[in-house]
Ligand binder design. Structure first.
Ligand SMILES: Cc1cc2nc3c(=O)[nH]c(=O)nc-3n(C[C@H](O)[C@H](O)[C@H](O)COP(=O)(O)OP(=O)(O)OC[C@H]3O[C@@H](n4cnc5c(N)ncnc54)[C@H](O)[C@@H]3O)c2cc1C
Length: 483
């Protein structure tokens, strides 16, 4: 049977030696590292469940390609039922693992690439489809985990790949001969790269003729020479390192940065090389599939959120971009509404018998309700504007490491006039603004829980008088007796 048990999965990792840096240190056995073992446990659980009667129904399918039962994670979507089965499988798994299972990006990538290499062969007579089938047979027979390498570091976002000052800001072909190609660049936020056996590398955007060296798709073992995984630090490492207070104790998700330092890829594993018109459709397919697989003093803080978002856009090279300006306007709307309701609550204050004024309770509680709900929308917009690096940027210690520090300084650069250190400092600050638990929870529960705010609004809003207004305008004369 081609479906591995969890023990076989753990065994299969023993022969892999991916070059890995974690918090500034080169790590010899990354799979045993306390920060990584929780990642492996979730993936191992998906293997284990495949051998239980209920799990097998969700996770195992017949492959036409190899004529054997295989994991759905390495199967093509061959019918609407396959896509339904994928959704049901993911639901089944996350119900039991409680976090990302880190195998679906590879599944979605295999399918997205498949659609386009087929089209490319038809147009140019290339033999990418056959190569892809051979690769898929390999991963089906061995039940390998594949991570999808889509997102490039991208440098100045306003510039196309071929326009970047540093040509390596998008992964590209730097050499080729009769044996294969040599690629250079870096893919960031690579979910499960250290739980995987292979990476399937896909262009991150549409390409034009001048970008054709960047229109490259290939498969590579995670421990190929020149492939470097740099762990992106999140917010809960101390707990994982102490093995304590983890919450969901067993499982976790991480997304390292993967640097391709002149990596050789034999032609048999290359699935696109220069046919730039297929890069866009490939990544759009991926997006469609992957989305399928996946929802007072605070106005001062809100001003900082707006400022941080605007600065991130500037550091990404995106000053004056219209959709970013419109998001900044939405954030300002929320911040000013929080502020405005508090101002109005003061203006509409009424004296109590003591002579002390009481704020308008509806307006002050409305301000708080905006804070509890809409400020989170502002935080969401700040993250949307800034980008994924808010989640898992390599550590400052990695920057100090003489082997990878210079590579990180190069690949984490955005707009040309902004030092990489400033960009990293800003993103670390945004991470804190977005995820510091005391701030985030106080937006909701500070000054009482939201339900008390709603109750106070309702109690003071005089709904009966508002009903009368509506009925009068509708010409309803209650109590007239007529039907
Ligand atoms: C936890 C996590 C896991 C992930 N897992 C994976 C994975 O497994 N594989 C993978 O490949 N990727 C993965 N990603 C990456 C994810 O797909 C990217 O974060 C996402 O595509 C956004 O890219 P970015 O972070 O570079 O942000 P950016 O592209 O910098 O976007 C930031 C903002 O700038 C805007 N923008 C960007 N370029 C332009 C432009 N030219 N003009 C106008 N506006 C622009 C965007 O719309 C956005 O509002 C993951 C990300 C996270 C956070």
């Amino acid at each position: 049977m081609a479906v591995k048990t969890s023990e076989q999965y753990y065994d299969s990792l023993k022969v892999l030696h991916p070059t890995t840096y974690i918090l500034g240190e080169k790590v010899q056995n990354p799979h045993e590292h306390p920060l990584i073992k929780h990642m492996l446990a979730g993936v191992a659980k998906t293997y284990g469940l495949s051998h239980e009667p209920e799990g097998k129904r969700y996770l195992v399918a017949e492959s036409k390609l190899i004529g054997e039962e295989v994991s759905r994670f390495v199967k093509f979507f061959e019918s609407p039922d396959d896509l339904l089965a994928k959704v049901r499988m993911l639901k089944f798994l996350t119900q039991r693992i409680g976090t990302c299972v880190m195998r679906c990006t590879g599944m979605d990538a295999i399918n997205s690439v498949g659609v386009e290499v087929y089209n490319c062969d038809k147009k140019y007579g290339t033999n990418y489809w056959e190569r892809l089938l051979n690769f898929v047979k390999l991963i089906q027979k061995n039940d390998f985990v594949v991570f999808s390498g889509v997102t490039d570091v991208k440098g100045d976002r306003s510039l196309r790949p071929s326009e970047q000052k540093d040509p390596d800001m998008y992964l590209h072909v730097v050499d080729k001969d009769s044996g294969g190609i040599v690629v250079r660049g870096a893919k960031i936020h690579q979910t499960g790269s250290l739980c995987a056996h292979w990476g399937l590398i896909v262009p991150t955007r549409e390409m034009r003729e001048p970008d054709k060296d960047y229109a490259v798709c290939f498969a590579v073992p995670v421990d190929a020479e020149g492939v470097i995984h740099v762990y992106g630090r999140g917010t809960l490492e101390a707990r994982a390192l102490e093995d304590c207070d983890l919450g969901n104790v067993e499982y976790s998700k991480f997304a390292p940065m993967v640097i391709f330092n002149d990596v050789f890829v034999p032609w048999e594993r290359v699935f696109l090389c220069g046919e730039y018109e297929f890069a866009g459709p490939m990544v759009r397919n991926f997006g469609n599939y992957h989305r399928h697989s996946h929802g007072g003093c605070k106005c001062g803080v809100g001003d900082v959120l707006v400022g941080a978002a605007a600065a991130a856009a500037e550091y990404n090279g995106l000053t004056g971009v219209s959709h970013i300006n419109s998001k900044l306007a939405e954030m300002l709307k929320t911040v000013e509404a929080i502020y405005g309701c508090s101002i109005a609550a003061s203006v509409e204050a009424e004296p109590t018998e003591s002579g002390i004024y009481m704020v308008d309770p509806v307006l002050s509680n409305t301000s708080k309700l905006y804070e509890g709900k809409e400020l989170h929308e502002a935080i969401r917009l700040m993250i949307e504007i800034a980008g994924g690096m808010v989640a898992d940027m390599p550590s400052e210690k990695d920057m100090e490491n003489p082997d990878i520090g210079p590579l990180l300084k190069k690949y984490l650069k955005g707009a040309d006039n902004v030092p990489t250190e400033d960009r990293m400092r800003l993103f670390r600050f945004i991470e804190k603004l977005a995820f510091e638990s005391r701030d985030i929870v106080s937006n909701i529960h500070g000054a009482g829980s939201p339900e008390t705010h709603r109750m106070t609004v309702l109690r003071n809003a005089d709904i009966e008088s508002k009903k009368k207004l509506a009925k009068n305008l509708a010409g309803i004369k209650e109590g007239s007796g007529s039907l």
